[in-house]
Design a protein around this ligand. Structure first.
Ligand SMILES: Nc1ncnc2c1ncn2[C@@H]1O[C@H](COP(=O)(O)OP(=O)(O)O)[C@@H](O)[C@H]1O
Ligand SMILES: [Mg+2]
Length: 259
């Protein structure tokens, strides 16, 4: 079976002659269907640049990125918005919900943009809301719900079109410990029950411990990787911390009691 995502020798340079920043030096990896991949690394190691290149928000300087066999580095600029809408889901730190719409309407918007038949809208929203445990707040407005609930709404909106790949950049970055945990549980359910393929960038070891495999970046290259395998999340968490002490930049605001 083909991997969902395949990166071949990605490079990304910023700037011009004289002042060139090599944000990504040479990165290759694949993500299989249903994988939950974490990307970690110190600040400036290239995490966001990598995610933005995969998201087609930024362009690579060299190399190729294949999503289910399609080379996304070759997509014409005018086709990019549509490509993203049809293939990718996004969860970012600042939820990006519209304040004047209810939670349900915010989710419905994603379906409307992709022209889902009217009779399918309601059942699909109920279904995803139940899976992410936000069924009871669908008629509320964003200002009436907690940060964690907003973030789960953002997840629902990201997933309702069954994207080939869900991209998350520091999804717990703006949340307190409890809300982080609720969101991470929701993402884990998406991974386990919906078979979602997830690529998540985080500098937080606790957040990363939910992934099944983690790539550690250093200076724009993959320094090493860790697989969770049959480890408990707690054991995996400690292995992550060990790698972070070597490459720097790691931390976690979550204490042991959360395991
Ligand atoms: N738009 C840009 N212009 C110039 N340099 C950039 C730009 N974006 C990122 N960089 C540089 O590329 C490197 C990697 O940045 P980034 O991908 O944001 O790292 P991370 O997300 O791991 O903190 C850094 O040295 C950063 O300063
Ligand atoms: Mg970043």
């Amino acid at each position: 079976m083909n991997p969902v995502l395949k990166l071949e020798h990605i490079q990304k340079y910023y700037g011009n002659e004289g002042t060139v920043t090599k944000a990504i030096r040479d990165i290759s990896f694949t993500v299989e269907a249903g994988e939950y991949l974490g990307i970690m690394g110190a600040s400036g190691s290239g995490k966001t640049t990598l995610l933005n290149c995969i998201a087609t928000i930024d362009t690579v300087s060299a190399g190729h990125i294949f999503l289910e066999g399609t080379d996304i580095t070759q997509i014409k600029p005018k086709s990019l918005a549509r490509f993203r809408r049809e293939n990718l889901g996004f969860v970012f730190q600042d939820f990006n919900l519209l304040d004047t719409l209810t939670i349900s309407e915010n989710i419905a918007l994603a379906l409307a943009i992709n022209k889902t038949p009217v009779q399918e809208v309601e059942p699909r929203i109920s279904d995803i809301a139940e899976k992410l445990n936000i069924g009871d707040i669908l008629d509320k407005y964003p200002y009436q719900v907690s940060g964690g609930q907003k973030q789960r709404c953002a997840c629902a909106r990201a997933l309702i079109n069954n994207p080939k790949l869900l991209l998350a950049d520091e999804p717990t970055g703006a949340l307190d410990s409890h809300s982080s945990q609720m969101l991470l549980s929701a993402m884990q359910r998406m991974h386990e029950q919906l078979g979602a393929t997830i690529l998540m960038v985080t500098h937080d070891a606790f957040t990363a411990s939910y992934a099944s495999r983690i790539l550690f970046l250093r200076d724009g290259e993959i320094f090493t990787e860790l697989c969770k395998g049959n480890d408990s999340r707690s054991v995996f968490f400690h292995k992550i911390l060990q790698v972070l002490t070597i490459i720097g930049g790691g931390q976690s605001h979550v204490c042991e009691t959360y395991f």
